[in-house]
Ligand binder design. Structure first.
Ligand code: SIN
Ligand code: FE2
Length: 217
């Protein structure tokens, strides 16, 4: 007979799935704080609405974006960059809510990255059919800090490749509450999201929201 104290009790430790050296999926990690996140998200969007930005090549992105934090990621005909001002409202981006900050810090720590001092959160909204082609996150001033990426709403297929665009990418299903963290040797890995399948999420409806925390400056 086993004498394991924890026999028969559910395993409450977050599940972690290594996907590359320096990259991990934390399944369900954001679930316990989903209500706080969604409430804070609605407040942000009331001040800085989602918009479809233009790429430097003049294409409108299928993903709609907004930001919170000291700096926000923007793109237009003049290029990709971080800006402290929302170009639509001409006001600073809404501040990063405490629930966002602490979740990002805890997830980074769980993935092995200490003291993640995020100053920028890009918020992506995918409606059915929206996608993000393979890219690197390389507009930040500090590649020493990881990327922490929180999935909410409809499930998506996340593509995670290597350091070269031509490296083969693996596909991972990301569900409501899952967090992907990549840094260190994986910080500049190519990644993207396949076209979102239609569906209805119990809380968020026909969309997927992704919160991507970075250290921009
Ligand atoms: C991104 O790379 O900014 C978005 C990733 C995601 O939506 O999961
Ligand atoms: Fe990215």
């Amino acid at each position: 007979m086993s004498t394991d104290l924890f026999d028969g009790l559910p395993d409450l430790r977050p599940s972690r799935e290594a996907i590359a050296e320096g990259a991990v999926l934390l399944r369900g990690f954001a679930k316990p704080v989903e209500d706080e996140l969604i409430t804070a998200l609605r407040e942000i969007v009331a001040q800085a609405s989602f918009r479809h930005m233009l790429t430097p090549g003049g294409h409108q992105m299928s993903v709609a974006m907004t930001n919170c934090g000291d700096a926000g990621w923007v793109t237009d005909r003049s290029g990709y960059r971080y800006d402290t001002i929302d170009p639509d409202s001409r006001k600073p981006w809404p501040p990063m809510p405490p629930s966002f900050l602490s979740l990002a810090k805890q997830a980074a720590l769980e993935a092995g990255f200490d003291n993640f001092a995020t100053d920028a959160c890009l918020i992506n909204r995918y409606q059915p059919g929206a996608r993000m082609s393979l890219h690197q996150d390389r507009d930040e001033g500090d590649f020493g800090a990881p990327i922490v990426s929180v999935s909410l709403g409809l499930p998506a297929t996340f593509l995670f490749g290597g350091l070269k665009r031509s490296d083969k990418s693996q596909r991972y299903r990301l569900e409501h509450g899952d967090i992907a963290v990549w840094g260190g040797p994986a910080r500049l890995a190519f990644h993207g999201v396949a076209p979102l399948a239609d569906g209805e999420h119990a809380v968020l409806g026909r969309q997927r929201i992704n919160l991507t925390f970075r250290k921009a400056r």
